[in-house]
Design a binder for this molecule. Structure first.
Ligand SMILES: NC(=O)c1ccc[n+]([C@@H]2O[C@H](COP(=O)([O-])OP(=O)(O)OC[C@H]3O[C@@H](n4cnc5c(N)ncnc54)[C@H](OP(=O)(O)O)[C@@H]3O)[C@@H](O)[C@H]2O)c1
Length: 182
């Protein structure tokens, strides 16, 4: 089971200056609750924005020598990250950012997407090519929550989309170790 989770403003923004464009503690708490105990697949910039990164986190980066915190492993592609995360036996969550969602969505069974029904300034977008609108909504919860920077209430829709036919992950390519014959 592979899931993705994220939150998006009504104008498609997901990030600003390396963090979220909004300050909605309940939404952050929802995210933390949902991914607790899971293996995570994380883009390098999102990883760097996090104060706490749980064990069994797989950081997608093209930098072979990237230094990471204990419990974190660099992977060179989203597919490699998903395979490694699945191998832990834990539930798997893809937590963004933009390019990681864009590469991972075909493999995701579920997308937990919080739609924040207000526009925010930002510099990272939810990938518009992800066809979540075409997927059935399995669960929806609507809450009006305080956005602390503006001091105003915003409507948040906590949606669970289910992709009808996720793509199977590619079989890992055999490397050149002698035990492997292709
Ligand atoms: N609202 C939300 O739910 C949500 C979720 C996640 C993040 N965010 C926000 O979004 C922003 C960060 O996201 P971002 O989109 O800018 O960056 P990101 O996806 O977290 O990280 C981008 C980096 O990941 C690596 N990468 C991405 N795709 C790859 C691929 N296919 N293969 C290999 N490496 C790949 C590259 O690292 P290297 O440069 O090391 O090669 C790339 O520079 C922050 O503001 C964060 O707070 C919001």
């Amino acid at each position: 089971m592979i899931s993705a989770i994220g939150a998006v403003a009504s104008n498609g923004m997901i990030g600003l200056d390396g963090w979220l464009p909004w300050d909605i503690p309940e939404e952050l708490a929802y995210f933390e609750r949902m991914v607790e105990g899971a293996a995570l697949v994380i883009g390098r910039l999102t990883y760097e924005s996090m104060d706490v990164v749980p064990v069994d986190s797989f950081i997608v980066s093209r930098q072979p020598d990237l230094a990471l915190r204990p419990g974190c492993t660099r992977v060179a592609s989203v597919e490699e990250g998903l395979l490694a995360a699945l191998a832990t036996g834990k539930p798997v969550f893809v937590i963004g950012g933009t390019a990681v969602y864009a590469a991972a969505w075909p493999y995701c069974h579920r997308f937990y997407l919080t739609r924040i029904e207000q526009a925010f300034s930002g510099d990272s977008l939810f990938p518009p090519e992800i066809p979540v609108e075409d997927w059935p909504i399995h669960e929806e919860l609507v809450e009006v929550l305080l956005e602390r920077r503006s001091g105003k209430n915003v409507m948040c829709r906590f949606l669970q989309y289910r992709q009808p036919n996720p793509r199977p992950l590619p079989v890992p390519r055999c490397n050149s170790k002698p035990v492997c014959s292709e």
